[in-house]
Design a protein around this ligand. Sequence first.
Ligand code: SAH
Length: 224
Amino acid sequence: MRFDVVTIFPAMFGPVFHQGVVGRAIERGVIGFQAHDLREFTHDRHRQVDDMPFGGGPGMVMKPEPVIEAVESIRAANPGPVVLMEPWGERLDHRVASELAEEAGLIIVCGRYEGIDDRVRTALDAREISIGDYVLSGGEIPAMVLVDAVARLVPGVVGDPESLTQDSFAEEMTGWPQFTRPAEYRGMSVPDVLLSGDHARIKQWRRQQAAQRRVSHPKELKKT
Ligand code: SAH
């Protein structure tokens, strides 16, 4: 699967995707990632990507031509759907991420300013995705969230596939509290059951704990 991101800040992505599980998958060629500089697709001396909103109002709007030309230039290498990161879009959750992980690629456009000229959405038949009901200053961090969430569902990205099925949301009964050494730290001990070696009891304890967490955070941890 390949991810192509269109942004005015391509340098933001290097530090994030050179590390960790996703970084290693890119290095190993399991997934492809490239950030494209939107300004490369302008034709004027000032490399302008924004302009004043028709109808008035504060701020600037991203011009349609550079975004559409950028996506057209990526198209040959990436057949996937176009995603615009937008705060009013469809909310990203495990179901959406799993659906997108089935694609051969994604072309992700990061907005800035007051947003993107709406004709981009129409012309590219784009899917709009939000990472939550709050407004950030740009689509770059949302795009990173999306790439990370989708990439780790692509076979071969996460080393131990069992850790995927154990993730919260992937199965009904997961998301239990985890502990590692030391068994005692500042007076707080790891629950005895986890040191017991009794796998049936451990499994049962984990199910109970996970169910409890769902009761205390019903919205955040509901099964999707
Ligand atoms: N004025 C707009 C906000 C624009 S924020 C409004 O009121 O809705 C600028 C850009 O940041 C957006 O185009 C989008 O690409 C990105 N962005 C901000 N918040 C986001 C969110 N919650 N999810 C996804 N993208 C977001």
